[in-house]
Write a protein that binds this ligand. Sequence first.
Ligand code: NAD
Length: 247
Amino acid sequence: MTSELPVALVTGSASGIGLAIARRLSREGYAVVVHSRSSVDAGRQIAGELRDAVYFQADLSIEADRRHLVEQALERYGRLDVLVNNAGISRIIAHSDLLAATSDVWRELNEVNLVAPYHLVALAEQALRASARTGHAGCVVNISSHAGVRPKGASIPYAATKAALNHVTRLLALSLAPDIRVNAIAPGLVDTPLTAGWQHAQELWRTRSPMKRAATPDDIADLVAALVNNQYLTGEILVADGGLNLT
Ligand code: NAD
């Protein structure tokens, strides 16, 4: 049976930014597909707390898992209106240490941060197009990084995969309009368990950014909600770094 509620798949939503996005879209009235690579118990618990949500596990570095994730979502709800490509991985490698960024690191980051988001859009394309027939364009939001906009970031491979994701965002926006809108959010530092120990970055945002702080996951979730609710924006890369890029 087809869900009466619009449906959002949020990848990597058992923790950090993705969790805030899942909660926010649930409050906006979406049935949410919560997903993670490995934290199954946390994912199930979160889905249990949200109205009409479900949890599915999938390793997005594996093509068959991506296919299975979209199939499971469509089997469960019969529709898909929003895809948030939030799952991503980072490696901290000094930009000057060229050999430390091995081919394996490049391949791993590329598969999860770039190929998987693109492939999920391809797998969801027909369902997202069908969403347009309900009066609202299907909507894709890619979570990239300010490191994909400026020559910054945890490592060169990380920054490069996020820059490529930004470009794919624009290319897909052009080829999928008007049925599907595709935008990206490029956060600077966001306070998550992952970044709690990043003293240098925390200090940088406290002292140098005009907003004098890192973003909260809810700051990013607010932007996702704005992009989902707005019916006109497409192909935009919203830099959410508290103005650090101005300094
Ligand atoms: P996080 O580690 O809490 O979340 C990452 C999520 O991605 C996890 O749920 C994990 O399950 C999922 N994931 C990773 N590899 C996967 C795989 N192979 N298959 C399936 N899922 C996988 O980190 P976060 O800080 O919440 O990051 C979320 C997104 O925001 C990422 O794309 C990250 O690059 C981006 N981002 C984060 C920050 C920051 O400061 N935290 C800044 C800029 C961009």
